[in-house]
Design a protein around this ligand. Structure first.
Ligand code: PLP
Length: 450
């Protein structure tokens, strides 16, 4: 059917996540019909370079037949069986083993979920059960960060610090507390970045003291914050956080949903920022988005404590055999094709040079990048690091719309523009991505000046 017809059906029947239905209907959503590598094709036959790897997930790129074959093979062999009670399946156990190999040495057990949100729901129950089993049931508060995104379930939204999300549905649930992000560009004022990193980390210690250390179960954060704007913390931040969680014996949950599986140039973002988590949330790049799957990788210490009880928790699709088979094939490709190494040694350094040069653009303040996740802050005044104030988000939306028109997908978060392309992107494709991003910034700049 022609595009208009598809759009009309969509508007009539399809409620989209994170969308304003009337606004979407007025423009008509773009209908994506196929994809290969880093290139999407829409229903009008236009080719779009995907600077966001879908939702930060298609790490190996689109169109890998090996994953389709792995899914088809598994569907024929055993399309479904569960891992509840006293059964398991070969793909689930093999994936758990593979993840234990890839994860830091002290983490060897995995609890599977269907995605990142429900994996974080698992984490809330995991850490509270852990402390209850250790005879400290009152130790149930989880500290997170304002403006964090940890998913859209009731638990995920509660752990996240997005006030607009809390406002819909009466969240967060009890027992979640928040500290600020280490967003130096927007909030650092005259403080030097390294001092600001320490200040923001020390908010954790203040919060722990305010709540009472005997009541705090865990701290959750992304190694590099993604959906909140690819905020790269000053170097001083994570070592101080690690010191504080160790000092108070608090569990550290690293949400690796975006950072995991090569995004930051290592297998996990925790390696990149030098932390030792007790739990890692995984999803997205685990299957490169080809099948829904997520999970929680836990430390030997956590696993040991939980061994003595029945953890009354699980999803019909925990360890879904088709998703696990797809994830195993995805990890094989990431590993055997050396994709994470190529990101670290070749493509990310190439992108870094080009990306950081965007800081010279008249509309851009800071340009930040770690591995294959990068952001620029849009500003009307570089010297004062001003934002577009009352209309915060407007500049981002204008820029995002120009990107859309120029057939490059970038995300806007307030006054920041973000990319996180497939890890399979080549240097030639990076050139195209940067050229289209620059053109879009130029056009947005002209529009904002007018
Ligand atoms: N955690 C982080 C850091 C995320 O970025 C996301 C999704 O963007 C989630 C959790 C939620 O994952 P999912 O959408 O698979 O439920």
């Amino acid at each position: 059917p022609p595009t208009e017809e598809l759009q009309a059906i969509d508007s009539a029947h399809h409620l989209h996540p994170f969308s304003h239905a009337n606004e979407l209907a007025s423009k008509g959503p773009r209908v994506i019909t196929s994809a290969k590598g880093v290139w999407l094709k829409d229903s009008n036959g236009e080719e779009i370079i995907d600077g966001m790897a879908g939702l930060w997930c298609v790490n190996i790129g689109y169109g890998r037949d090996e994953l389709a074959d792995a899914a088809a093979r598994q569907m024929r062999e055993l399309p479904y069986y569960n891992t509840f009670f006293k059964t398991t399946t070969v793909p689930a156990l093999m994936l758990a083993k593979k993840l234990a190999e890839l994860a830091p040495a002290h983490m060897n057990q995995v609890f599977f979920a269907s995605g990142g949100s429900d994996a974080n729901d698992t984490n809330i129950r995991l850490v509270r059960t852990y402390w209850a089993e250790k005879g400290q049931p009152e130790r149930n508060v989880i500290i997170s960060r304002w403006n964090a995104y940890h998913g859209s379930t009731i638990g995920g939204t509660s752990l996240g610090g997005m006030k607009a999300m809390h406002g819909q549905g009466g969240l967060p649930i009890p027992g979640i507390e928040f500290i600020d992000q280490p967003n130096w560009w927007a909030e650092g004022g005259d403080t030097k970045p390294e001092d600001f990193g320490l200040e923001r980390a020390r908010q954790l210690e203040e919060k722990i003291k305010e709540i009472g250390p005997e009541k705090v179960a865990a701290f959750i954060a992304e190694p590099i914050q993604g959906a909140g704007g690819v905020i790269v913390p000053p170097d001083t931040y994570w070592p101080e956080i690690q010191r504080i969680v160790k000092k108070y014996g608090i569990l550290l949950i690293a949400d690796e949903v975006i950072c995991g599986f090569g995004r930051t140039g290592n297998w996990f973002g925790s390696e990149t920022v030098g932390i030792e988590p007790d739990i890692m949330t995984i999803a997205k790049g685990l299957s490169s988005g080809y099948a829904p799957i997520g999970g929680s990788i836990v430390s030997d210490e956590v696993a040991e404590v939980l061994r003595d009880t029945e953890f009354n928790h699980g999803y019909t699709y925990s360890g879904h055999p088709v998703s696990c088979a797809v994830a195993l094939e995805n990890l094989r490709i990431l590993e055997e094709e050396g994709i994470v190494d190529t990101v670290r040694d070749v493509t990310a350094p190439y992108l870094k040079e080009k990306w950081e040069a965007l800081a010279d653009h008249p509309l851009v303040g800071e340009a930040k990048i770690v591995g294959m996740m990068a952001s620029v802050a849009l500003t009307p005044d570089k010297a004062t690091r001003a934002t577009f104030a009352a209309e915060s988000g407007t500049a981002g939306f204008i820029c995002r719309d120009r990107c859309f028109a120029n057939n490059v997908i970038m995300r806007s978060v307030g006054d920041r523009m973000i990319i996180a392309p497939p890890l399979s992107i080549t240097c030639e494709e990076i050139d195209i991505l940067i050229a289209r991003a620059t053109k879009s910034l130029d056009e947005a700049y002209e529009k904002l000046k007018a």
